[in-house]
Write a protein that binds this ligand. Structure first.
Ligand SMILES: [Zn+2]
Length: 425
């Protein structure tokens, strides 16, 4: 079965000198519009308890552009502003409806990003997958096409990371072939030492090259701590740290893609602990120029890097199971998966089980448990009880390839749910 899904692509781009100058101007102007609008709506709310939107602001922006002192605003394509204001509206919606944090001011030290709408009437002239990309106001841009998308993008995002690299990302509607059904199910336990432990006993650890980079990172961070504030050497170290961070992030991302894809290939139903990731998403490390406080106490090197991965693993399993016709079941995170004995028929529950204890023997049935494997097994057992019968609400078995092992049932998900590797803008 082929379903239309939104799929995101991200490529490294190599802007020329002129384009770099233009981009830096676009980033700056977008920041100005974002921050001015944010200040304006916060003020109006404080003074009059009224809420205004980005559309209201864009009218003011048109007026502003007419003034001599704000003429520079005209140098940036209007689409950049309208997308930024739209994003801010979305950020406010998230704040009001989903309890997300209050939208923040943007600084030039963060990751920079701008979005461009591509004119669909002339798209064939400006875009050819794998060959050509022309962006409004920038012209043709050199892209390293690592994959060739099928559909046509409506929008592109151009970003620059803290290591000074430029990227373009786009989302396209694509038909995705679901995988043929398989009979296996799996429970997954996420951990710090073992990234993933499966209910069948398999374990995935951090790859060695990743660990090596983390040691390098630690060295650099210690060096930074010794260096004098404001010195040139310190700046150099900062930049090297930023570069290493991005490289670690890239490798970790690739690794997570590899293992989640494997989970999806091998299993029809995947059970995982429902972690509260929103609290973890803002890493305690802080940013390059605004480091978090008490980083060591809060996390330690390993944790700070891995915490973020938990969310990423879940996110990838979510959209991949949606794409490929698998079922992902999240088990309540307060379910005591490590404390229960997973032997069929045994209902023993340990009172206390400190993190130090890696193996334990069940006094009731005498089985020796590896802590993580036992937790993964319990997650699987618990998850399977949550599987909903056809036609009811909840996670269901889905028809995948046709000659399914399972009765036909497609989980009631909307097609346009946020799935792909979309970046948060
Ligand atoms: Zn037992």
């Amino acid at each position: 079965m082929r379903l239309m899904k939104r799929r995101s692509y991200k490529y490294r781009i190599y802007p020329n000198k002129t384009q770099i100058q233009l981009l830096s101007r676009f980033f700056g102007s977008k920041r100005f519009v974002w921050n001015t609008c944010l200040a304006w709506r916060s003020n109006i709310y404080k003074e009059y308890f009224e809420s205004v939107t980005g559309i209201d602001f864009s009218r003011g922006l048109t007026e502003l552009k007419k003034l001599e002192s704000y003429r520079w605003l005209k140098d940036t394509p209007t689409t950049v502003y309208s997308q930024a204001l739209r994003d801010q509206d979305a950020a406010f919606r998230k704040f009001f409806k989903e309890g997300a944090g209050y939208p923040r001011f943007k600084s030039r030290h963060q990751l920079q990003s701008i979005r461009f709408q591509l004119d669909q009437r002339v798209i064939v002239k400006n875009y050819k997958a794998g060959e050509l990309l022309k962006i409004p106001g920038l012209g043709q841009i050199k892209v390293r096409w690592t994959r060739v998308p099928e559909g046509l993008p409506k929008m592109v995002t151009v970003s620059k990371d803290s290591a000074g690299r430029y990227f373009v990302s786009m989302a396209v509607e694509e038909a995705i072939q679901s995988l043929p059904a398989v009979g296996k199910t799996v429970g997954i336990d996420l951990g710090v030492n073992q990234v993933m432990t499966l209910s069948d006993g398999a374990q995935f650890v951090n790859p060695r090259h990743l660990l090596k980079k983390k040691v390098q990172l630690k060295c650099l961070q210690q060096r930074l701590a010794r260096q004098q504030k404001g010195s040139n050497r310190r700046l150099k170290t900062k930049f090297r740290i930023a570069k290493l961070h991005t490289r670690i992030a890239d490798e970790r991302h690739a690794y997570i893609h590899q293992i989640t894809r494997r989970m999806i290939n091998d299993n029809q139903v995947i059970m995982i602990e429902d972690l509260n990731v929103s609290g973890l998403s803002r890493s305690s490390k802080g940013t390059l120029d605004n480091p978090g406080k008490k980083v060591k106490q809060k996390s330690g090197l390993n944790r700070s890097i891995l915490d973020v991965s938990f969310g990423e693993i879940t996110r990838q399993l979510e959209y991949k199971s949606d794409w490929y016709g698998r079922t992902l079941i999240k088990v309540d995170r307060f379910f005591p998966s490590s404390k229960l004995c997973s032997t069929p028929g045994c209902d023993y529950k340990a009172e206390k089980l400190t993190l130090k204890i890696r193996t334990w023997t069940c006094p009731q049935c005498g089985v020796v448990h590896d802590r993580d494997i036992n937790a993964a097994k319990n997650t699987e057992i618990k998850g399977l009880t949550q599987l909903a019968p056809v036609g009811t609400k909840g996670p269901q078995l889905r028809d995948a390839g046709g000659e399914g092992v399972y009765p036909m049932a497609v989980s009631p998900r909307s097609l346009d749910q946020p799935n792909a590797c979309l970046e948060q803008v």
